[in-house]
Structure formats: C-alpha cells, structure tokens
Write a protein that binds this ligand. Sequence first.
Ligand SMILES: N[C@@H](CCC(=O)N[C@@H](CS)C(=O)NCC(=O)O)C(=O)O
Length: 105
Amino acid sequence: MEGILTVLPSLLGTITIKEERECAQSMITLYQFEDCPYCAMVRAVLEDLEIPYKKADVSRDKSDPVRKMLLLKSGVGTVPVAEINGEFIGESAAIIECLKKLKVG
Ligand SMILES: N[C@@H](CCC(=O)N[C@@H](CS)C(=O)NCC(=O)O)C(=O)O
C-alpha cells in the first residue's frame, strides 16, 4: 500500500507534464505560394524559431474553393495565411507576431 501511495503522485505528475507538452505543440499550416516574398518571410521565421509546420501551396485562381475558404476565414484575399491551432491569420506581419508570441508563451 505504501508503495502504491508513493508511486501514484509521481505517475500523475508524469501524465500532467505530457499533456502540457502536447498543448504547447502548435499545429500550423501555412497557405502560400512558394515564390511569394511575404510567404518566404513567414517560412524563414518558422524555420528560425524551429516551429514545425505544414505547407499548403494554393491556387493562383481566386475562385478556387481553398482560396475562397481562406478569404472567408482570415478576412484577407492574399497569401500567406497561417492556420494556427484552428485560427486563420492573414498578413505576414500579423502571422510573424503571432509566431513569436507562440515561441515565448
Ligand atoms: N500585405 C500582405 C501582402 C501579401 C501579398 O501581396 N501576397 C500576394 C502574393 S506575393 C498575393 O497573395 N496576391 C494575391 C494573389 O496573387 O492572388 C502580407 O504581408 O501578407
């Protein structure tokens, strides 16, 4: 009994730490054109800060369903748009500001 009571708190401690790490791990998708200079700035910051992310190359056709979805969700009609933990953020400067806060927080 004494053994279980000694081990249990340390087990719970392990579980809590794991959950905190999972929450801290952001899911980021960068909607972009590979040759867009604003997208390149955002990629450079992601890489400098060593933040894992997925790239999604979007169509140049603004009537494409993904472009329409980005406009609807971010409010901007340009790329880059970053989806950060489910939130869509447009404008490279705003994305970079958000990434820097993520890394600090
Ligand atoms: N102020 C925006 C400018 C972004 C921008 O002009 N992106 C261009 C590509 S480099 C764009 O999406 N243009 C609209 C289009 O090509 O459909 C930012 O900093 O994110």
